[in-house]
Write a protein of this length. Structure first.
Length: 255
């Protein structure tokens, strides 16, 4: 804990905020006894649940069982909070990264004014090219020509960045803690620092959090509202220097 800040300090071993921060997360029960469904992939820090065969799958928002401690995937996403760009006329402006995460056709980023007091609406105020990582001002929207905005989003980590992050002895990035198909799940009362959250939402300390639903194409993500099961409250909001969402998790059910 910092002596000068009420927030728990980050211990960043990477220049990117990816998955779950195990250095700060606080948990006691993280058993590696659960069988991971062979066809399911998930990223560290995602919400998972049990299927009818008691196998771990990505949570569809109905009965979240806990957070995965490690990856079982070949693609990772990193979180960015508060990237500052200028929107001129109706010319596309590049973000620092391409291949942004998007739940469906839209709704994968959050754009605010420069001092973060106004949240703009996608399609009404701006449009997004998720493949190229570009934001374009809508001429008749609320964003003024030449205004600076702040953007929150997640992007697919590139091959070059993956080499920096490292790979396991199978030459995959899935650092899944598996022996005989087993996976480690954190499912007790915990404080979890994760980037597996819906970046389009605005979070405040003590806000109620829900599991993202498959109907909203936000399976496995932490979000607000949306009809998913209640999972806890916001402990720490994501910021530009610390993009992790702190979750005070109430704990999954036992089966």
């Amino acid at each position: 804990m910092s002596l000068f800040s009420p927030r728990m300090e980050a211990f960043r071993v990477s220049s990117r905020a990816i998955g779950i921060d195990l250095m700060r997360s606080v948990y006691t029960r993280n058993l590696g006894i659960y069988v991971a469904n062979a066809a399911t992939t998930f990223r560290a820090g995602m919400l998972v649940q049990l299927n009818s065969s008691q196998e771990i799958i990505v949570s569809d928002g109905t009965e979240p069982f806990g957070f995965t401690k490690y990856n079982k995937v070949n693609t990772l996403y990193a979180a960015v909070v508060g990237e500052r760009i200028q929107l001129n006329a109706t010319t596309a402006t590049n973000l620092a990264h391409a291949n942004l995460w998007v739940p469906g056709a839209s709704g994968g980023i959050r754009v605010t004014n420069d001092d973060r007091t106004v949240v703009y609406a996608e399609t009404t105020d701006y449009t997004v090219n998720y493949t190229n990582g570009q934001v374009t001002r809508v001429a008749l929207g609320s964003i003024g020509d030449g205004d600076y905005v702040r953007v929150d989003y997640q992007y697919q980590v590139t091959e070059a960045e993956l080499k920096f992050e490292g790979r396991n002895f199978w030459n995959f990035i899935n650092d899944v803690d598996q022996q005989g198909g087993k996976i480690t799940v954190i499912n007790d009362w915990s404080i979890i620092f994760t980037t597996q959250y819906d970046p389009s939402q605005t979070y405040a300390v003590n806000d109620a959090l829900n599991a993202g639903t498959s109907g909203n194409t936000k399976s496995g993500l932490v979000t607000k509202g949306g009809g998913g099961a209640f999972i806890g409250n916001v402990f720490q909001v994501p910021t530009a220097d610390d993009p992790f969402l702190g979750v005070r998790y109430v704990g999954g059910m036992l089966s």
